[in-house]
Design a protein around this ligand. Structure first.
Ligand code: DGL
Length: 264
């Protein structure tokens, strides 16, 4: 059996496209629909009940578009809302969480940095995972205040963001981390700048690839994979603000990707 229905992804904005890229690479025959809720970004400073309502709104829109599986391409929405989503809807949900486990297991210095939103770092799900894997590790958690806003306004390589990152990273560098975990789907877009600012021995990890692998496994297990080997779909990207930043970030022109405004 082959299921041609699309995979749906949502994020508080443009950041989750870093996850979409991994999905598209691993599962090129799947149709996908991406919702960027940029009008409501950032989620990371909002109370949990608001993050849940926004996640429900995005989910309902994707279900209206007949998505067979939903990827919550946002750490903040995953850590605060995925439990409610799974209890409310029948489709499978894949979430994204900071990759603490591999960082903690591989750190030689026994010191890792985690850059994420306030909403993620203060969530019960994150706290539980962190406690489980970092007993003997010095974990330096830093809230990436202001980063999402700058990325959303197309300033991912600006002097402003470099200065901000320099300050955010300094406690991590002082405590000699050898792994930096990117706990927000917007942050992979900062990797070039992060590499400039971090000592060369620090490895940067995010969860995009793991999410793609997990998505494939769930599609297979649930019989939801599109087994057709024809590249007949075009992914669809919708944003509820101006389309320019999103277009630029995914290089829409170069790859002929369709980006549209949608009031959701
Ligand atoms: N991409 C979201 C995440 O992964 C950003 C959260 C926000 O909007 O503050 O957490």
């Amino acid at each position: 059996m082959s299921d041609p229905r699309p995979i749906g992804l949502f994020d508080s904005g443009v950041g989750g496209t870093s996850i979409w890229k991994e999905i598209h690479q691993l599962l090129p025959f799947e149709q996908s629909i991406y919702l960027a809720d940029s009008r409501n970004a950032p989620y990371g400073i909002k109370p949990q009940n608001e993050i849940i309502s926004l996640s429900v709104k995005n989910t309902e829109k994707l279900l209206e578009m007949e998505c067979k599986l939903i990827i919550v391409a946002c750490n903040t929405a995953t850590t605060n809302a995925i439990k409610v989503l799974r209890n409310t809807y029948d489709v499978p949900f894949i979430g994204i969480e900071p990759a603490i486990k591999p960082a903690a297991l591989q750190s030689t210095n026994k010191a890792i940095g985690i850059l994420a939103t306030k909403g993620t770092l203060s969530s019960e799900l994150f706290t539980r995972t962190s406690e489980l894997y970092t007993q003997d590790i010095n974990v330096i958690e830093v809230v990436g205040t202001g980063l999402v806003e700058l990325i959303e306004s197309g300033k991912k390589e600006s002097d402003e963001i470099k200065l901000l990152l320099k300050n955010l990273l300094s406690p991590m560098i002082e405590q000699k981390i050898d792994y930096l975990v990117l706990g927000c789907s917007h942050y992979p877009y900062l990797i070039p700048v992060l590499k400039e600012l971090l000592p060369s021995n620090v490895k940067i990890i995010d969860s995009g690839e793991a999410v793609a692998r997990q998505t494939k496994a769930v599609l297979l297990k649930e019989g939801l994979l599109n087994t057709s080997q024809e590249l007949k779909f075009r992914p669809k990207f919708y944003t509820n603000t101006d389309t320019e930043v999103l277009k630029e970030l995914i290089q829409a022109k170069k790859y002929d990707l369709q980006v549209e405004f949608l009031d959701f």
